[in-house]
Design a protein around this ligand. Sequence first.
Ligand SMILES: [Mn+2]
Length: 329
Amino acid sequence: MGRPRPSPGNSGPPHLAVVDEPQGSSVRGEGDRLLEPPELLRLEPEAADELLDRLIATVPLRRPFVGVPDAPGTTATVFGDTHGDWRSTLAACTRFLADPGRSFLVGLGDYIDRAPADCGEGSVANALYLLQLAAEYPDRVLLIQGNHETHRKIPVLPHELPEEVDQLWGPVEERYWRLLELLERGPLAATTGSGAYLAHGGFPLAPGDVPFPQELLAPTDDGLAEVVWGEPAASRSHRGFVRPFTEEELDRFRRRSGTSVFVRGHDPDLTGRPIYHGHCLTLHTSRLYERFGGVVVARLPMGERVEDCSGIQIDHLETEGRSYPEPGG
Ligand SMILES: [Mn+2]
């Protein structure tokens, strides 16, 4: 355990605030350890407040766009929407934790809301578990925001996080706001030196003359919506909130961003199915949607260049097709 890092502060909207660059130090104090989801669900209100205090002091505040440089010999475990299914999150994180020095963990957003019954207040447990990892491994873990994390900017339904917080620790609204603020510290999008663009839904459709990556570092309201709510025209689950992107638009975005493949979440019906000639891959990592394509994560090379989805391995997690006893039951 090292010296605790200074708080990134909260003087403005997280997306606009100055980033606290990761320093790589361990952030837990003496006796602190990674709390597993079942333990998180048993925390007393005071202990929950202490954990939130610690996370607020230590979870890195990212810029809206993060470029992860080449990291030869490493891979990233990339997971899609977990929606409170912390049992699947644990299975994904186990792969990362097996060798954190030579791997990365990237979440594509939507960590909360719609939790399975066998996960209890799963949004809270899932979020707090992942945030602990983001604090512990600041140079290895990225929690990209989905359209459920940007609820304050663009309201989403269902949004069950506030009720879950009340259910666990009583009606103290402050805890919900603190937890949501922590989830807002993740970037909206990232690229890897190996050629992947990572975001929850899409990319800015009309950046005009704004050069990459400025379109993501300071997104317009439309650009933000297109990144977190974006969907390909090839998806059957059109929410219609933003105009779906075409293959030609993705090709243009790939050229201007210097990336070759887009890895995203958001649309269950496309789970594990490459589209647009192998240049767009959608992941879901929740049992809620497993009927569409399973509970999957991707192994993304972080060193050698990936030209399309054929360079990315898709793994089905052991939670697929399973149900578990309800926690505390
Ligand atoms: Mn989504």
